[in-house]
Ligand binder design. Structure first.
Ligand code: SF4
Ligand code: SF4
Length: 387
């Protein structure tokens, strides 16, 4: 193993640097291995977060290794760790160090492309800022102005990705049908910064967060409706680090509210067997398990079944922690395992509520050649079909 002290000259005090980056819980580890037992990587290849923790404790982290970039921040091992090692926080601290030294293995290079695009255009997809509202073409969605009830913040993937623009359009259609007073920021919206932070670029995260917070304040925003659990997580739990507090609602919660209040009425039938996949950042990280299921149960004709690993034990799609931008070889993608589970329980539709999950599942549907066997839908698309 190449010890980092030999490969990066100024790098001598790794434990101090980890500590300065917020990840000093490594030393509490007593090597029980419970983390490796639940980590989904060990279903597809060899990987040990326990070993990464051990190496960091002794200042022997090899920041040239792809392994420090492997964790999807799914949250499964921190909830099992008996010593509160905070694997995610500590793992991100290692990525910050690698980012500081600009040490990126080949598989991680796409993160640099995403960073450059975030700096230039406010999105990680190398798309133009001025096209950010193109998804809403022809839908008469207004620009947000002070006094409106809700800012709808679709986020980067729903704004630009052709598959996910359909989710943004379904959401806008639902809000309009229910008579919600909402607007969007369009080109003034920036990436929330959640994933680039988990990928180690703390300075870029801070820049994106400060710009968004200023835009929200300038426009008099109080309540923000989001489609991505990653936006939800960072607005709700991370932006308060900047003393910024807004009311944050995820669409899976809000659709349920609209149905309960009778503002949204479902008339069409959706006679399909559906399973709901809990996105890590909605479920495990934020405890939102029931609302998406309750909304789906209200759809006439829909049969809701459960996947074998659900709620707190949900199997990660593989797209968190910046992995959405990195190449994962076929055969090592968690999304393939999840689709197999959905097929095993006889589902016709794998429903979820996260743009990363949809991206990973749609990609695996294609590579596994199962597009005829199962569909992947955001819950808003199912609701829209039943309107
Ligand atoms: S579960 Fe916690 S204490 Fe056990 S090996 Fe993993 S990090 Fe260490
Ligand atoms: S957070 Fe998830 S992906 Fe990361 S090491 Fe833990 S179990 Fe594995």
């Amino acid at each position: 193993m190449r010890a980092i002290v030999e490969t990066v000259a100024p790098y001598k005090e790794i434990i101090d640097v980890i500590k300065a980056n917020g990840g000093d819980a490594f030393k509490r580890c007593f090597q029980c291995g419970l983390c490796d037992a639940v980590c989904p990587w060990n279903r597809v290849r060899t990987f040990s977060i326990r070993k990464i923790v051990r190496e960091a404790t002794f200042g022997l982290t090899d920041i040239e290794s792809e392994d420090i970039w492997r964790c999807t921040t799914c949250g499964r091992c921190p909830q099992r760790c008996p010593r509160d090692v905070q694997q995610i926080k500590s793992g991100v601290a290692l990525r910050r160090i690698a980012t500081e030294y600009q040490v990126f293995p080949k598989a991680v290079k796409p993160v640099r492309t995403a960073s450059a695009s975030l700096i230039d255009e406010g999105n990680p997809l190398s798309e133009e800022r001025k096209k950010r509202a193109d998804w809403a073409e022809g839908l008469s969605v207004p620009q947000f102005t002070e006094g409106m009830d809700i800012l709808y913040f679709p986020g980067c993937y729903l704004s630009y990705d052709p598959r996910l623009k359909k989710v943004a359009r379904a959401t806008a259609g639902i809000l309009q049908q229910a008579g919600v007073d909402f607007g969007i920021l369009g080109a003034e919206e920036n990436c929330c910064g959640e994933s680039i932070r988990k990928a180690g670029d703390e300075e870029l995260f801070k820049r994106l967060a400060r710009e968004n917070i200023k835009t929200f304040i300038d426009h008099g925003v109080q309540k923000i409706l989001v489609s991505s659990p990653h936006c939800y997580h960072t607005f709700k739990n991370e932006y308060p680090e900047f003393r910024a507090h807004f009311e944050i609602v995820h669409i899976s919660q809000y659709v349920g509210e609209l149905l309960n209040q009778g503002r949204l009425k479902l008339q069409g039938a959706y006679g399909k067997k559906v399973v709901y996949h809990d996105p890590c950042y909605l479920g495990r990280h934020n405890g939102i398990f029931d609302e998406p299921r309750e909304a789906l149960k209200k759809v006439p004709g829909l049969t809701l079944q459960e996947l074998p690993e659900a709620r707190f034990d949900s199997l990660c799609c593989g797209g968190g922690g910046g992995r959405i931008w990195m190449e994962t070889p076929k055969g090592e993608r968690f999304s393939e395992l999840r689709l197999a589970q959905a097929l095993d329980v006889g589902a016709e539709v794998l429903a979820t509520a996260c743009p990363y999950c949809i991206t990973m599942f749609e990609d695996s549907r294609l590579t596994l050649d199962i597009t005829e066997k199962i569909a992947v839908k955001d819950i808003t698309e199912i609701i829209q079909e039943a309107l």
